[in-house]
Design a protein around this ligand. Sequence first.
Ligand SMILES: CC(C)(COP(=O)(O)OP(=O)(O)OC[C@H]1O[C@@H](n2cnc3c(N)ncnc32)[C@H](O)[C@@H]1OP(=O)(O)O)[C@@H](O)C(=O)NCCC(=O)NCCS
Length: 228
Amino acid sequence: MSKTTIWFSPTALLGKEHAAHVFSKWLTDEERARHDRFLFEKNRHEFLATRALERTVLAAHLGCSPDAIRFERNAYGKPSIVGEPKLRFNLTNTLDLVACTVSESGDIGIDAEPLARADTVLEVASSVFLPSEIAELEALDVSAKSRRAVELWTLKEAYMKAMGMGMSLPPDSFGFTARALSSPPKEDSDPSRWRFEVVEIERHLVSVAIEQAGTESIAVGTERVVFG
Ligand SMILES: CC(C)(COP(=O)(O)OP(=O)(O)OC[C@H]1O[C@@H](n2cnc3c(N)ncnc32)[C@H](O)[C@@H]1OP(=O)(O)O)[C@@H](O)C(=O)NCCC(=O)NCCS
């Protein structure tokens, strides 16, 4: 069994002092400019918590200092580490929680959504879910339906991010049964390579999609990162 860790941090755990350190010592000029473009303090804080988690986790893997890491992005915006093609990572951020995961065995994607967002997800169900997924949701009671809607959303988003294509892979072009990709999109030449897992962290559902050769299953653990 192959092991994968989700490193996470509630954004509230990033104190003012460490946030200022991340901003002035770890960020590139481009990242600082991006930070400054956010209108609201809560978004600037989320951005810094994301950068803090990303650089803390990746520096630990690489054995370097957090400010030494440089990123590049593919045509759809998926980031990777310059000079480290084997160490794949992906991250997700919400106002209250940021999470990051890494893989040395292939592509990886992660997505987190607050369970409280279920109503918003259900409002757009017909444009993001397959008819089979909507039929499954309709058969559930209110609370199970809400949870499954958020789970499906994060599974789809984690897969779109693992594929590295973001929204250019339309969410209603593929579908899940339980936590398995049962209707793959035409863009995926080998859908059997993906493993999926969903965990609950701090009232969010967090899904990961991991590329895994052979028939090996995955075990996903979680680790809370405390900054400073
Ligand atoms: C951009 C997208 C990849 C994720 O957006 P999101 O859900 O708003 O954001 P998340 O917090 O989960 O992830 C953002 C991070 O994903 C990474 N990312 C960006 N583009 C990516 C891509 N093409 N593939 C994988 N990861 C990507 C980045 O690290 C980004 O954070 P950063 O720019 O601060 O480094 C894309 O899938 C999107 O726009 N989704 C919209 C939501 C939607 O409609 N989903 C339907 C699900 S059913």
